[in-house]
Design a protein around this ligand. Structure first.
Ligand code: IMP
Ligand code: MG
Length: 179
């Protein structure tokens, strides 16, 4: 049943499964002969990454970074900081960042630079959703699940004010919740 704060379903569970499977296949092919490391940006990527990694039939370590640019609103503040850092070294590693959604690009721009200064060999981005119309900083997305319109979405890891992450689908949040 649809959550009372959700206006409509944008990506159903079935569609999400298809998207994740297709991304996993591409990643498996590209990283087949590489020693790569998967780094999730918490907390939004947690559901997506859990599903994605299960479908990639290679050996690879995972790690997480918590970066924050949002307050409790729906707009990026533009000031990104690392709230919780990596536990593994990334020096010389081919890194694949897993993100829930790219919006302004501020978060990924910061995190990519951060990983490069830590000595990664390469940094690529895998995002479930992309809102290209909202970009303020140019970002190359290497693996994109789906482009979405400029709406505020929740579910499958994505939150508004720390809620709705547990919804099994991605839905458009009712404007009355945040306006
Ligand atoms: P950026 O730094 O503006 O690209 O913002 C990226 C981060 O903002 C994502 O990791 C999400 O946590 C959050 N975000 C952006 N758009 C949405 C949305 O529609 N729903 C939920 N979170 C979002
Ligand atoms: Mg968030």
């Amino acid at each position: 049943m649809l959550h009372k704060d959700v206006d409509s379903v944008l990506i159903s569970q079935e569609k999400l499964e298809k998207i994740v499977k297709s991304l996993a296949k591409q990643i498996e092919k590209d990283y087949n002969d590489k020693e790569f490391m998967m780094i999730g940006l918490l907390k939004g990527s947690v559901v997506f990454m859990a599903d994605l990694m299960k479908k990639i039939n290679l050996d690879f370590p995972i790690d997480f970074i918590v970066a924050s640019s949002y307050g409790s609103g729906t707009e990026s503040s533009g000031r990104v900081k690392i709230v919780s850092d990596l536990t593994l070294p990334v020096t010389g590693k081919d890194v694949l960042i897993v993100e829930d959604i790219v919006d302004s690009g501020n978060t990924l721009n910061f995190v990519m630079n951060y990983l490069m200064t830590k000595g990664s060999n390469s940094v690529r981005i895998c995002t479930l959703c992309d809102k290209p119309d909202r970009r303020k900083v140019p970002i190359t997305v290497d693996y994109c699940g789906t482009e979405i319109p400029d709406e505020f979405i929740v579910g499958y890891g994505l939150d508004y004010d720390e809620k709705y992450r547990n919804l099994p689908y991605i839905g458009i949040l009712k404007r009355s919740v945040y306006e």
